[in-house]
Write a protein that binds this ligand. Structure first.
Ligand SMILES: [Cu+2]
Length: 343
């Protein structure tokens, strides 16, 4: 059974999975019956764990069809275009377009997403404290949407239906403009009702405002914790970081030994009250919301409610593969797990 999974998960991943008693079902039939795949030790019998019936063992997600690859999303920060205003201040501009776009969120599991710029999560927008920001938003979706940014700005720019620029109907566009304030790790998302659906469909992204003097040099990774309600029963069937379940088991995140790694961690998960991040065999400094340059905690596990986010800083002192995952085991088994490959 584990050998059959190798193409999907990679040899190292399978070893890890075997080691901790986690596995994806060998066939859709097994999943329907809610039984563990054969060969699992009794001590790891998870009874009627709700594996997603669509998970296809031996297959990988078609990232090309999705239009994005989770490994590329990690380090893909969108700095937009900049120019100097007469006042000397920097104006930073982006263009975001919403459209309806089917994506594959786990091997064999398709989801009709609504996406900013064709990707879920949307672009990781990155600015610097004190800049003027201008975001032109065009709605190419069949549904009304907005962009609601977290940050400090006037009500008219808040992306809320009935306030200021309000709802953006299909085919229409608006321009949001405000100051980059305060520095930290924020997010943006659609705010049209039903809100849970507009968010759960994929309309969100990370939003980084760097402090005026920046942060120490590091290998920086954007991780948006999300999930997918693929049968629309108001609970999630797939959990992930950056959308594709098990993606970083197939393609471990390569980092360098002793180098500072900075993770921008955002939780946008709908239908579950909390999410979490745990890293194996290591500890990280945690900066809640990234609004201070002093960490509040040295830990190996952090919990976030929806909309919460924070910056993690760590170094890996030893080579090898280190797992990271939600510490809610159900989320882990349904896709929210990955590996760091320290080289
Ligand atoms: Cu929307």
């Amino acid at each position: 059974m584990l050998a059959a999974l190798a193409p999907a998960l990679g040899a190292g991943a399978v070893a890890k999975l075997g080691g901790v008693g986690l596995a994806v079902p060998a066939s859709a039939q097994e999943a329907h019956e809610h039984t563990m795949p054969a060969g699992q030790p009794a001590a790891h019998d998870h009874g009627d764990v709700p594996f997603h019936p669509g998970f296809k063992a031996g297959a990988t997600v078609d990232h090309r069809a999705n239009g994005f690859h989770p490994t590329e999303l990690l380090r893909d920060f969108d700095h937009g275009r900049t120019r100097r205003l007469a006042s000397g201040r920097v104006l930073r501009e982006w263009e975001l377009v919403a459209r309806d776009h089917e994506i594959e969120v786990a091997p064999g599991v398709k989801f009709p997403a609504w996406a900013y710029n064709g990707r879920v999560p949307g672009p990781a927008l990155r600015a610097r404290e004190g800049e003027r920001l201008r975001i032109r938003f065009g709605n190419g979706s069949a549904h009304p949407h907005t962009i609601h940014f977290h940050g400090i700005h006037p009500a008219a720019m808040d992306g809320l239906p009935g306030v200021g620029l309000g709802i953006v109907e299909p085919g229409k566009s608006v321009t949001y403009e405000f100051d980059a304030d305060p520095f930290g790790l924020h997010l943006y998302h659609c705010h049209v009702t039903p809100l849970a659906e507009h968010i759960a469909r994929g309309m969100y992204g990370g939003f980084v405002i760097d402090p005026k003097d920046g942060r120490p040099a590091a290998d920086e990774l954007m991780m948006v914790m999300n999930g997918f309600d693929t049968n629309f029963d108001l609970s999630n069937e797939v959990y992930a970081v950056n959308t594709v379940g098990f993606a970083y088991m197939n393609d471990p995140i390569r980092v360098r030994r002793d180098e500072l790694v900075r993770i921008y961690l955002v939780n946008v998960l709908e239908f579950d009250p909390v999410n979490s991040f745990h890293v194996h065999a290591n500890f990280f400094h945690y900066f809640p919301t990234g609004t201070s340059l002093e960490p509040v905690e040295l830990t190996d596990t952090v919990m976030q409610c929806q909309g919460q986010r924070g910056i993690l800083e760590l170094r890996f002192p030893y080579k090898g593969q280190y797992m990271f995952h939600a510490h809610q085991s159900e989320f882990t088994q349904l896709g929210w797990m990955g590996l760091f490959e320290v080289e």
